[in-house]
Design a binder for this molecule. Structure first.
Ligand SMILES: Cc1cc2nc3c(=O)[nH]c(=O)nc-3n(C[C@H](O)[C@H](O)[C@H](O)COP(=O)(O)OP(=O)(O)OC[C@H]3O[C@@H](n4cnc5c(N)ncnc54)[C@H](O)[C@@H]3O)c2cc1C
Length: 43
């Protein structure tokens, strides 16, 4: 069964953590929760 990571917060840290986790495990299911209207973006 695939692992499922839930990231709370879509500011600077949340997407960074999700991206790093994805690099380590491409099969990881990731759900990011953000209470605001926008998530952070950085190239
Ligand atoms: C006035 C100001 C100016 C700054 N200027 C700079 C700058 O020029 N350069 C720089 O590098 N840094 C700057 N910083 C610092 C930078 O903003 C922070 O270091 C960075 O945003 C921290 O990221 P974070 O992901 O830890 O937290 P945050 O960016 O605070 O992200 C947390 C996210 O979690 C969400 N959240 C909270 N609770 C929940 C919940 N229960 N469920 C779902 N979502 C939730 C919030 O809505 C938020 O989007 C500045 C900070 C301030 C206050």
């Amino acid at each position: 069964m695939a692992k499922h990571l839930v990231v709370v917060g879509g500011g600077a840290g949340g997407p960074s953590a999700a991206a790093e986790a994805r690099r380590h495990d491409p099969s990881l299911k990731i759900t990011m929760l953000e209470k605001g209207e926008f998530v952070s973006y950085s190239a």
